[in-house]
Design a protein around this ligand. Structure first.
Ligand code: HEC
Length: 153
């Protein structure tokens, strides 16, 4: 009992920043300090902190994971969140800005029309910084997480 109390006291007294970092982000995404991610076609990069990526992950788990567990797309397995699939979309979605554009207004894979199969993320739900964190989590996962977006079950 004493140990449990001592442990929760320790956790509560950690700075908010440290608590906010997710173990998966550190371990499987290899993010222990801010990492650069590609923002756009021009190749500009921006640094994302472990806490920012952890926020993106939490949002993904709460709102996207039902359909996209482990980077797959359960309702349509031919459009997973793997790097190759994101790259191959029109316009490509393998950058933070490309993903944000898609999430603000999801389009079918060839870009020809809107899709209502995915869940749009409007401004009043996530502001521009928060949605970038979500996109950064997806991009980093596509680059690093073992098995992310695999289509072989
Ligand atoms: C109800 C199921 C569902 C939910 C919830 C959902 N999606 Fe989707 N998502 C889909 C489907 C289906 C597609 C493929 C759509 C198409 O091509 O018409 C898709 C496509 C995508 C793609 C494009 C993948 C590629 O290879 O181009 C991304 C990125 C994405 N979703 C992210 C998200 C995020 C982030 C969330 C949470 C805010 C989310 N989705 C919530 C079903 C869902």
């Amino acid at each position: 009992m004493l140990i449990v109390c001592g442990l929760s006291w320790l956790l509560l007294s950690l700075p908010a920043q440290a608590k906010a970092v997710d173990a998966y982000v550190q371990r499987y995404l290899g993010v222990r300090e801010a990492v650069p991610l590609v923002m756009n076609r021009q190749g500009e990069t921006k640094l994302f902190s472990p806490a920012a990526l952890s926020n993106g992950k939490r949002f993904f788990e709460d709102n996207c994971k039902n359909c996209h567990v482990g980077g797959t797309t359960l309702p349509d397995p031919t459009v997973p969140l793997s790097l190759d699939a994101l790259k191959g979309a029109t316009p490509p979605r393998d950058t933070v800005e490309g993903l944000v554009a898609f999430l603000r207004q999801p389009m079918v894979y060839d870009g020809s029309e809107e899709t209502y199969a995915c869940r749009a993320v409007p401004e009043h739900w996530l502001d521009s910084e928060e949605i970038e964190n979500l996109a950064a989590f997806i991009l980093r996962s596509a680059e690093k997480a073992p098995g992310w977006g695999s289509t072989t079950f």
